[in-house]
Design a protein around this ligand. Structure first.
Ligand code: EMZ
Length: 392
C-alpha cells in the first residue's frame, strides 16, 4: 500500500465536510432522488427546528418515502415507530422504549463485553483482516441477538446477508434482498406466535397499543426497523472508529489511561462520523426554510452529517476532540423520532473502545476503499467499502 504511506496529508480516518460551502452560503442543498426531489437542510438550528415540527414535516407518509434514497419501490410495510406520527407514535414508542433501554443493565453489558472481547481475540490471531465484513458486520449481528433476546446462532444467518439489507454491491435498492429479510421475519413471527418466548417478537405479538392488539404486519414493521435501521449505521461507526484509532494510537492510549472520557469519546466519534447522512420528512403545506420555498407534499431531509459540522455551534468542527465537553450533535436524530437504538449503539461503542484500549496496542491499515455517497453536488464519505488492518 505504497500510496497510503506516501500520502500522509489526507488520512484515511479523515471525513471531510461535504456540505460546508452550501451550509454557509444558503443553508440548504437540492438533490434529485428517483424523480422525487429532496431539499437537504444543512444548518443545525434548522435541522432541529424541522425535526421538532412533526406537523408540517411528517414521517408518516407513504412507507419508505422519508428514507433517502426512497424505499417506496421496494417495500410497502410501514416501519414502526419510525414512520408513524404523533399521537400514535407515542403509543408505539412507549411500548418499545423500555425494551430498547435494556442496554443500560449490567447483565446486558456483560454479554456485549463477552461478544466484543471474543471477536477482538479472534482477529488478534490473524495476520490481517477486513474490518467491515470480518469485524463490524459480525459485531453488529452478534450484538443484535442480545437486543432481540434470540439465540446467538441466528447471527450467522444475518452475517450472510451482508452489510445492508436493502442495498447490494451493484444497487442502492435491491428488492430481492429486502425480500430475504421480509420472508425471514414472517417465519420468525409465525414461530413466536405459535411458541411465545422472551424475545422481542413475542413481546410485540402480545402487545396491546391504544386498546388494540398489535397485528403481525405491525410487528413486522417494528422488526424491519430493528434490522435495517441499526445495521449499516453501526457497521460504519465501528469501522470508522477502528480507522481513527489506527491513525491516532495516542487516543487509544488515552482511553486506557483515562477511562472516564470513554463516554465523551463515543459521542465525539459519532458526531464526527455521522454514520447516517440524513433522514427525510414529507411536507404537509407550502412552507419555507432558509427563505427557500418548499411545496406541499415535497420532501426535505435533515442532514445530520452537515449539522454536526456547523461552526455556529461546534468549535473546530472538523477536528475530533476526544473529550469534547459540549456536544449537541444530531447523529442519533433529534426530538420525537430520535434513535430508538441509540442506547444499544452507545454501549457497543463504549465497550468496543474499552476493549480495544485493553487488548490492542497497535492498529495498522494495510489497504482501504472509501465509501463515498453521491448526493447531487455533494460527495460525502460515510465509511469504507472495505478496510484491511492488522491488530497487535
Ligand atoms: C430505515 C432507516 C432508519 C431504512 C434510522 O434509519 O435505516 C435505513 O438503513 C433503512 O434502509 O429502511 O430503517
Amino acid at each position: 500500500m505504497e500510496h497510503l504511506k506516501e500520502d500522509k496529508k489526507t488520512k484515511l480516518s479523515e471525513f471531510p465536510d461535504a456540505f460546508e460551502q452550501a451550509r454557509i452560503e444558503k443553508g440548504y442543498g437540492e438533490i434529485d432522488d428517483q424523480n422525487d426531489p429532496v431539499t437537504m437542510l444543512l444548518r443545525l438550528k434548522d435541522v432541529r427546528k424541522t425535526a421538532h415540527n412533526w406537523k408540517t414535516f411528517i414521517s408518516g407518509a407513504e412507507p419508505g418515502r422519508i428514507v433517502v434514497p426512497s424505499e417506496v419501490h421496494i417495500r410497502d410495510i410501514r416501519q414502526i415507530p419510525f414512520e408513524v406520527d404523533p399521537p400514535e407514535h407515542k403509543s408505539y414508542r412507549d411500548l418499545v422504549e423500555p425494551w430498547f433501554k435494556r442496554p443500560l443493565e449490567e447483565g446486558y453489558q456483560k454479554v456485549l463485553k463477552t461478544i466484543i472481547d471474543e471477536l477482538i481475540d479472534e482477529v488478534l490471531t490473524k495476520d490481517q483482516f477486513e474490518v467491515v465484513g470480518d469485524f463490524s458486520l459480525k459485531l453488529q449481528s452478534r450484538a443484535l441477538t442480545t437486543l432481540l433476546n434470540v439465540p446467538y446462532k441466528e447471527s450467522e444467518t444475518w452475517i450472510d446477508w451482508g452489510v445492508h439489507v436493502f442495498r447490494s454491491e451493484d444497487t442502492d435498492l435491491d428488492g430481492g434482498k429486502a425480500n430475504i429479510l421480509f420472508d425471514y421475519l414472517d417465519e420468525k413471527i409465525e414461530e413466536a406466535s405459535k411458541n411465545p418466548g422472551d424475545d422481542l417478537y413475542s413481546l410485540l405479538l402480545s402487545a396491546v397499543v391504544d386498546g388494540k392488539k398489535m397485528t403481525k404486519e405491525e410487528v413486522k414493521g417494528v422488526m424491519i426497523l430493528t434490522f435495517a435501521g441499526g445495521r449499516d449505521t453501526v457497521i460504519n461507526a465501528v469501522t470508522n472508529s477502528i480507522a481513527y484509532f489506527a491513525e491516532h494510537p495516542n487516543s487509544l492510549k488515552r482511553i486506557a489511561q483515562e477511562p472516564e472520557i470513554t463516554g465523551r469519546a463515543v459521542e465525539e466519534l459519532v458526531r464526527y462520523f455521522a454514520p447516517l447522512t440524513h433522514m427525510g420528512r414529507v411536507v404537509t403545506e407550502d412552507t419555507q426554510v432558509c427563505e427557500h420555498a418548499i411545496k406541499n407534499d415535497s420532501r426535505v431531509s435533515l442532514c445530520w452529517a452537515s449539522a454536526n459540522r456547523d461552526s455556529a455551534v461546534f468549535e473546530n468542527p472538523n477536528e475530533v476532540v476526544l473529550d469534547r465537553k459540549v456536544n449537541p450533535h444530531v447523529s442519533f436524530g433529534f426530538s420525537t423520532h430520535n434513535c430508538l437504538g441509540a442506547t444499544h449503539a452507545r454501549q457497543i461503542l463504549k465497550i468496543l473502545l474499552t476493549s480495544l484500549a485493553e487488548k490492542v496496542s497497535d492498529i495498522e491499515i494495510k489497504d482501504a476503499k472509501e465509501n463515498i455517497e453521491e448526493w447531487g453536488e455533494f460527495n460525502r464519505k460515510v465509511g469504507f467499502k472495505n478496510i484491511t488492518v492488522s491488530f497487535n
